[in-house]
Write a protein that binds this ligand. Structure first.
Ligand code: G5P
Ligand code: MG
Length: 229
């Protein structure tokens, strides 16, 4: 199907680690060409690769399954929003992985409101925890692009290599069962309550499913129903 034109759409994708935020984002970007995306995790992994001061701090925190301090991640994302010129009412974009605490959400809301660029859709990917655990151990990533693979679900065409660039894939150091436990706990304690916060604005939708193939058509329909021109 040809890509559809949309009204300006500013989406936040929420979901537990491994729920498929990156996977759904890649699919959306293919179907809706006017939308661009920022993944906070991808930005941090690029900083780690580039050995920036933020990357050095993020490295240990990510490996332990903790969260970066709010002020550091807010500054990273707000700089990115400004440099991409997304802080205006004509922008269409998606955020994956930010905000994930109340402090982050509050600051983002303020910045967006000031610039007439409020979020207009928050989608929760609701995937059972035991399904997610299996995926994590088989995940490989291409750090420069954020493309994700899974050895059973969407393996690379050539083992260990990115499909587009042919560059090597890597394992994430936080993709192991112990660290995963604290990532899930952080999600439940700190990020899930954001659903209630955004629900007060009437923009929250939850999509439940055991696979990304079940979730994606529902996500696409939701967007078309709400935003197609
Ligand atoms: P990230 O990078 O934001 P998480 O933990 O939020 O990390 P993650 O792990 O990136 O989320 P995802 O994007 O939701 O998960 O999932 P994905 O990569 O698309 O899919 C997971 C795997 O399953 C892949 O291998 C995929 O191919 C496969 N898969 C997808 N669908 C299916 C399916 O249907 N079936 C099967 N079998 N497989 C499937 O954050 C990382 C860290 O950065 C810091 C924190 O330390 C965080 O832990 N950080 C922040 N700290 C503070 N504040 C913030 N806002 C921060 N953001 C990041
Ligand atoms: Mg991700």
């Amino acid at each position: 199907m040809s890509p559809k034109r949309l009204k300006n759409i500013r989406i936040l994708l929420l979901g537990a680690p491994g729920s498929g935020k990156g996977t759904q984002t890649s699919r959306l970007l293919k179907d809706f060409r006017q939308v661009s995306a920022i993944s906070s995790g991808d930005l941090l992994r690029q900083n780690i690769k580039d050995k920036t001061p933020l990357g050095k701090e993020a490295d240990a925190i990510i490996k332990s399954g903790g969260l970066l301090p709010d002020n550091k991640i807010i500054s990273l994302i707000e700089t990115e929003l400004k440099s991409r010129e997304w802080l205006n009412s004509n922008s269409s974009w998606l955020l994956d992985g930010f905000p994930r605490t109340f402090g982050q959400a509050e600051k983002l809301d303020l910045t967006l409101e000031k610039n007439d660029a409020d979020l207009n859709l928050v989608v929760e990917l609701d995937v059972p925890e035991q399904v997610i655990l299996d995926r994590i151990e088989n995940r490989y990533v291409h750090v420069p692009s954020g493309r994700v693979y899974n050895l059973t679900f969407n393996p690379p065409k050539v083992h260990g290599k990115d499909d587009i660039t042919g560059e090597p894939l890597s394992k994430r150091p936080d993709d192991n069962p112990e660290v995963f436990k604290s990532r899930i706990k952080n999600y439940k304690d700190l990020t899930l309550p954001l659903l209630e916060h955004y629900d007060k604005k009437g923009i929250v939708f939850s999509i439940k499913g055991e696979t990304s193939d079940i979730i994606y058509p529902q996500l696409k329909d939701l967007i078309l129903n709400k935003f197609a021109l």
